[in-house]
Write a protein that binds this ligand. Structure first.
Ligand code: ASP
Ligand code: MG
Length: 459
């Protein structure tokens, strides 16, 4: 469950979540709850650590600690009624805050921040939230225990900031958490954080608490993994762009993966990998409308008349075009382009090359544009690559649906719709899995394109 987003205060949300958990437990469901940090806390931790590593200001640490203390105290008082549990939780939180303050002051003195220390600092968000969630459950008269991701058995590689669970985690989690399942205890686990084999804290990447839930659900072979959001599930498009966007009742794993890669930021892109591997259905539900069924993500393709399930928009991207007559028939050009980009850490979002071979287009994150252009330019002399040009005023639109596989006429409809709207298509790409047609348009046309396509395919 997530505490980010909406205007509902953290403490009220926690109390609401605890009440939900109590309800499920009393109905006989066996539960493990995975919690994220309170809204804004992970960002605050990361930004403060980065700032003070540069400016060395202990006063900034003090201010931040005062701020975060108040935030968590407020949440405790709003989420927990029982006075004893309140004081116990405050005691736990005080210890954590004290450690955090010392660590941040250490960073002020050292003036450096390694990926390992960023993980350590950002882990405090979840480690401060879990005792409050657990306390809130106990305050409703239930039993509850909380664990860090590492204690629960999530052991990862050393890739700080984006760590991957090791295979042995699955057995460990099962061994440690399964016995608690059919007991009177409601288990709470910190999402997002884990540890490596030597016990050092790692994190699973931003928004990683869904990933934690998926790992744990897979390990204990849950009937379903529920991801609680503040939206109605996965939508046919971004409701901020398309007001008539609707929640999808059921989609397949493949579609969900396509959608998370292509901008439907409801899910962390890797979230459902463990669920897929263990064939566990994932349900995305709305915390504030728990009776609404949300979106169920399942293994098999869901029979549906809708070939296109969703239309998504990716902003903040840029296009690089590499062109020159000399590229034609020159073996190794693509390899050199990709290797030069990989060397400077540029992630490629989309690729297209026409059969004339004299033109290769690549879409990347806009932030990496300068790095990418410099890397490709310095890789080639002008004999092979005539020119490297770019455009940052573009967006990617992806039309997603497993039913497009083998259905003629879908791309026809996509591009006639754009034609009718007088929208120029700059670049196109469709992988042969046929689950996704992606194309690039100028930023000024993007919203119109998404709306027109959503209209076209919702009929
Ligand atoms: N607290 C972490 C983040 O903000 C993980 C999460 O919210 O899922 O990225
Ligand atoms: Mg852009």
């Amino acid at each position: 469950m997530k505490f980010g987003g909406t205007s509902v205060a953290n403490g009220e949300k926690i109390r609401h979540v605890a009440t939900l958990l109590k309800g499920f437990h009393e109905k006989g469901d066996e539960l493990i709850a995975v919690t994220s940090a309170l809204g804004g806390v992970t960002d605050g931790l990361m930004n403060t650590a980065k700032d003070v590593a540069k400016n060395g200001k202990i006063s900034q640490v003090k201010e931040f600690i005062a701020d975060i203390t108040k935030k968590h105290y407020d949440a405790i008082h709003a989420a927990i009624d029982d006075e004893d549990i309140v004081s116990e939780t405050i005691e736990t939180i005080d210890l954590r805050l004290d450690e955090l303050e010392k660590a941040l002051i250490g960073i002020c003195y050292l003036g450096e921040l390694t990926p390992r220390s960023i993980d350590y600092i950002s882990s405090y968000g979840e480690r401060l939230a879990a005792p409050i969630v657990s306390g809130s459950i106990r305050s409703l008269g239930m039993e509850s225990k909380w664990f860090t991701g590492g204690e629960a058995g999530i052991i990862t590689d050393d890739n700080y900031g984006n760590a991957r669970p090791l295979e042995k985690s699955y057995d460990l989690i099962k061994e440690r958490l399964s016995p608690l399942l059919n007991s009177s205890i409601i288990t709470v686990v910190t999402g997002f954080i884990a540890e490596n084999e030597t016990g050092i804290i790692t994190t699973l990447g931003r928004s990683g608490s869904d990933f934690s839930a998926s790992i744990i659900g897979a390990a204990v072979q849950a009937d379903e993994i529920w991801l609680w959001k503040e939206v109605h599930g996965i939508m046919t498009s971004d409701p901020k762009i398309v007001p008539e966007a609707k929640p999808l009742t059921q989609i397949s794993y493949i579609e969900a993966m396509e959608l998370s890669y292509f901008g439907a930021k409801v899910l962390h892109p890797r979230t459902i990998e463990p669920a897929i591997k263990h064939r566990i259905p994932v349900r995305v539900k709305n915390t504030f409308e728990p009776s609404f069924e949300g979106t169920l993500i399942v293994a098999d393709q869901v029979p549906s008349q809708d070939v296109v399930k969703a239309v998504t928009l990716i902003k903040n991207v840029a296009l690089i075009n590499i062109c020159g007559a000399g590229m034609m028939g020159t073996i190794g050009t693509a390899a050199r382009v990709f290797t030069s980009l990989a060397k400077v850490g540029v992630n490629i979002i989309m690729i297209s090359q026409g059969s004339s071979e004299s033109n290769m287009s690549i879409v990347i994150d806009e932030e990496q544009l300068e790095t990418a252009v410099n890397a490709v330019r310095s890789e080639f002399n002008r004999n092979v690559v005539g020119d490297v040009v770019y455009d940052r005023d573009i967006c990617v639109i992806a039309v997603v649906g497993a039913g497009m596989d083998g259905t003629p006429g879908v791309s026809g409809r996509v591009f006639s719709t754009l034609g009718r709207e007088k929208i120029n298509v700059i670049m196109i790409s469709q992988g042969s899995s046929q689950h996704n047609i992606s194309f690039v348009v100028s930023s000024k046309d993007a919203i119109n394109a998404v709306r027109a396509l959503h209209r076209e395919f919702s009929n």
